[in-house]
Design a protein around this ligand. Structure first.
Ligand code: PMP
Length: 354
């Protein structure tokens, strides 16, 4: 077919499975195992359905923007809100990575980065993590068209200390550096305070993990007002009404309950610490995780086999058939009960080392 010559062909990102079967244990997409803040449920009852008739308000003019600004002690003009951080990151690629020079990101990282680079025809170069899966700041000091990395990194869970993040931002003052902090609330130190000092730093976070609202699709970027204005200009050139009325209202409610948020994060950190012990007992090795998942490799049994056998037991984790990480499983931290079920299944699959 002639028209196929002019199709923009892309290889899409492969998201984790979303099985709909009842009773499964879903530890494959880093969702929060706990419900959103109780106020969110009450706010659903209070939604004015009559308002659904109207287009939604602009996110930057809503209570959600105000709540986030108050929580992070920044101005509403320093926040951009999008439909999950995937939307925010994709718009940021479109907006900031247009120099024609290659952007830089780690070889092992969030696998959406190369997909966006390809779809927007942005050249890129990958920089190898070291043998302990650490990002090496020195690798990001060559001329480039921008830099992006998650901190903690995904899918490894490895955290880069703030001084090293700053080293990368400081070495790249002529381009935008995006720090994807999808997992920062599980013990890491955010780069947010650096936005005052660096006009080239954009910090991106999400409601999908620590705020237990992946289904609402809310993500946000924080940076100096000029960065936020450029992002908004591109967003309003693509699609004006993105976040829906309900998500905007419910998101604001989630941010209001700071105590619930903090207690959820603490519970997950505690379960993760226990999981590190339990997995080690069963013959797994892993880098110290600062996220709501553990990236673990078994000393003798292949990750693929464990992945498949867990699935037969209705326990879903994530595995990539990809160089360097083929030997690893990414296991999301669930509730204590879900994790106990995982350990029991692993005992059957791997046996327990004594
Ligand atoms: N960044 C990283 C590193 C992630 O792992 C994810 C989750 N897949 C996202 C961004 C996107 O999350 P969301 O669009 O749900 O905010």
């Amino acid at each position: 077919m002639k028209w196929e010559e002019h199709v923009h062909r892309v290889v899409p990102y492969t998201p984790g499975e979303q099985p709909q079967k009842a009773g499964i244990i879903k530890l494959n997409t880093n969702e929060c195992p706990y419900a959103p803040a109780p106020g969110v449920e009450q706010a659903i009852a209070g939604l004015d359905v009559e308002k659904f008739r109207l287009y939604p308000p602009f996110p930057e003019k809503t209570a959600l923007a105000e709540e986030l600004a108050a929580y992070y002690h920044i101005g509403t003009d320093q926040i951009f809100i999008g439909v999950g951080s995937d939307d925010v990151l994709s718009l940021a690629f479109m907006t900031f990575f247009q120099s024609g020079r290659p952007i830089l990101f780690p070889d092992i990282t969030y696998s959406f980065y190369d997909v966006w680079a390809d779809v927007y025809r942005i050249p890129y170069e990958k920089r190898a993590l070291d043998a302990d899966f650490r990002i090496c700041p020195a690798d990001y000091k060559t001329p480039n068209g921008g830099v992006i990395f998650p901190n903690p990194n995904a899918p490894t869970g490895v955290l880069m200390p703030l001084e090293k993040v700053e080293e990368i931002v400081a070495a790249n003052r002529d381009v935008v550096v995006i720090v994807d902090e999808a997992y920062i609330d599980f013990g890491g130190t955010s780069a947010l305070p650096l936005i005052d000092k660096y006009d080239n730093l954009l910090v991106v976070q999400t409601f999908s993990k620590s705020r237990a609202m992946a289904g609402m699709r809310i993500g946000y970027a924080m940076g100096q007002p000029a960065l936020i204005r450029y992002l908004n200009d591109v967003k309003y050139s693509v699609n004006s009404y993105t976040l829906n009325t309900a998500a905007l209202a419910l998101g604001a409610e989630a941010v209001r309950d700071g105590a619930y948020f903090a207690s959820c994060c603490q519970k997950i950190i505690k379960t993760r610490e226990r999981a590190e012990e339990e997995l080690a007992k069963r013959g797994f090795v892993f880098p110290k995780s600062w996220a709501n998942f553990i990236f673990a490799s078994h000393k003798t049994i292949s990750a693929r086999e464990i992945f498949e056998r867990l699935k037969e037991n209705d326990i879903y984790v994530r595995w990539w058939d990809q160089e360097r990480i083929r030997g690893y499983l990414r296991i999301t931290i669930g509730t204590d009960e879900q994790m106990e079920a995982l350990y029991r299944a692993l005992d059957r699959i791997c046996g327990q080392e004594t």
